[in-house]
Design a protein around this ligand. Structure first.
Ligand code: HEM
Ligand code: HEM
Length: 168
């Protein structure tokens, strides 16, 4: 999972930085990102524990209740993704999948030169920056609120031990 995350970050960063510049690098990095997304989808559907989408993907109502709790400074700590984090995971995975798909479509005879495909690729390709900014903001906020460094947890694989008031 951690390997997945930092590989994805690397692929997206390389694809973004090489966009419109070095075509071969851009496409290779983009396809690698696409393959990572497909493996994450399989893990999310067929995997176990905190990897499963069913474990952490909540409906909009749950997400807004959680965000209201955050605003009032009374949100609980989750051992897996919290409801807002879960929504962010879905948004990030969908966005990267959409970028890789529209990128690939531009290399096919059927879709090459189709304006909306190109536009969507550019909009999502740049829009992901905003998502990532929100994502990192959420990670920092949750880290501060719960007295743990989630970024180092994402490197070492260790999180603060569960306490009785934490939620799964
Ligand atoms: C291109 C940029 C990025 C993308 C596409 C991305 C995507 C993701 C995804 C999909 C997850 C969910 C992991 C899973 O359950 O499969 C995740 C989690 C996480 N990401 Fe990122 N990420 C990006 C950048 C970053 C950066 C720059 C940081 C740190 C500064 C970061 C820190 C984290 C942390 C700490 C988690 C775990 C959150 C938790 O414990 O709930 N991410 N990211
Ligand atoms: C996560 C992966 C990707 C990201 C973040 C990304 C991002 C971008 C961005 C921001 C642009 C706009 C550049 C500009 O404004 O001129 C672009 C252009 C483009 N991308 Fe991607 N892309 C990704 C994956 C792919 C893939 C997988 C392919 C094809 C295999 C692809 C093919 C293209 C093409 C053909 C263009 C137009 C290049 C040009 O007009 O010079 N991209 N991409």
């Amino acid at each position: 999972m951690r390997l997945f995350h930092w590989s994805l970050v690397l692929c997206v960063a390389v694809a973004w930085l090489s966009s419109g510049e070095i075509r071969k690098v851009h496409e290779l990095a983009g396809y690698c990102a696409g393959i990572l997304i497909i493996s994450r989808l399989i893990a999310g559907l067929a995997g176990s524990g905190y990897t499963r989408f069913r474990q952490f993907v909540r409906g909009p109502r749950n997400v807004s209740l959680y965000l209201a709790d955050v605003r009032h400074g009374r949100e609980r700590r989750y051992l897996g993704h919290n409801p807002a984090g879960g929504a962010m995971v879905v948004a990030l995975l969908t966005c990267v999948a959409g970028i890789a798909l529209t990128g690939w479509m531009q290399t096919t005879d059927a879709w090459w030169g189709v304006a909306w495909v190109e536009d969507l690729h550019k909009i999502l390709g740049n829009g992901i920056l905003a998502l990532v900014a929100l994502h990192v903001g959420g990670v920092i906020l949750a880290s501060l609120r719960h007295g743990e460094n989630l970024v180092s947890a994402m490197i070492t694989g260790r999180k603060r031990a569960p306490s009785p008031e934490d939620l799964a």
